[in-house]
Write a protein of this length. Sequence first.
Length: 472
Amino acid sequence: MSEPAFDLVIRNARVATAADTFHADIGIKAGIIVQLGLDIAAGKSEIDAAGRTVTPGGVDGHCHLDQPMPPPAKMADNFDTGTRSAACGGTTTVIPFAAQAKGQSLQAAVDDYHRRADGRAHVDYAFHLIVSDPTPDVLARELPELIAKGHTSFKIYMTYDDLKLDDGEVLDVLDVARSHGALVMVHAENADCIDWLTKRLQAAGKTAPRFHGHARPMLVEREATHRAIALAELVDVPILIVHVSGREAVEQIRWARAHGLNIFAETCPQYLFLSAENLGTGDSYLGAKCVCSPPPRDKGNQAVIWNALTEGLFTVFSSDHAPFNYGGTDGKHPDGNEVTFPYIPNGIPGLETRMPLLYSEGVLKGRITVNKFVELTSTNAARAYGLHPRKGTVAIGADADLVIWDERDVEITNAILHHNTDYTPYEGITLGAWPGMTIAGGEVVWDGKQFHPRAGRGRFLQCGAPTLLPSK
Ligand code: URP
Ligand code: ZN
Ligand code: ZN
């Protein structure tokens, strides 16, 4: 008897890409999609997807794993637990950040990050850079060399003392991106306004977690978003504004596009599913779980972000997974101490819940098409970070990274998740869908009940040039 033609065949799939929805069998060999068609030949193993939607695996272009932190804070997820969680939530490519500390060389940050990732990842990964110290050598030599080695995107911060750049430094970094065809992701919040407000709140004894939101009102995001847009206009280079939280930043992005500027934008689950109420009331400390920056806004702003998403304002939908335990010694409530809000590590976990939240509340509730869902959670991140069409689509020659969706009720509890963080901000939300199976490089990594580990399965990806179309 002759060998089966394929390692794996997924039969009777309703395949959704960013462009189309069609019925097909998917033939996979050596981790690659090699045939799409009807009644294709047999595989060594077969999965019947009749009645179910199959999408490309998610590409999470904004997540933080095992990123070095100023002590005592420590991230709860590393490349093992973070990619485990990603896989079980339908994400098959992650792009966390090799973060340069001030005074450190960028190459040293990348080398250190490789050591953290090597042999640990269950799904494929690439590295963005975080540029916090754009010295003449970084600008003239290190950045161009690292772009050539496949780090074609970098994040810069307009806030956080240990990371922020001044406007001149932002211009310098944007200029390198323009010359070498890289994409800059901008964290847009005005640092001086935040410092000024924080000092006043502290002096008034207003230090509970909810005051984190008071120290970062929308205008600090609006001003920095506008400034980032102006700086990008000056250099004449596209940028991507990350974690857009509400109306005022949305208005700036609309304004920029109306003026013909090429500005891409990201939002995240926390701005659709959390609100300022989640930061707590009175002196309650539990709101520390939802302290992230920018902070979740009010319910009206949630609606603004949903509307902007449905209208097509956002390019990508990322988790901004920034995992810190609530309990323990190195997280949000260290050794049980209620620290004042400026000392609560910023960020929330969300790698595993990103895709099911948007599939359930976006696609199943009729707010967006399944094709838009694919574009936001997978295809556009692959394009933005130079991984398309290997990633982000279902096509012949693409990596066999797929999700078969189960449309069934699932209540989110931390117990069902696979990250190493001791809580989820989405506890108790019932969704109408969950990945019934995740396939990464042709291997089943999540079967709807169990995770199938293979540390080292995940490969490091060198990114190419961004291939996003101009923003509209
Ligand atoms: O609060 C957040 N978002 N923490 C993660 C770091 C960042 O700025 O994305
Ligand atoms: Zn950020
Ligand atoms: Zn982030």
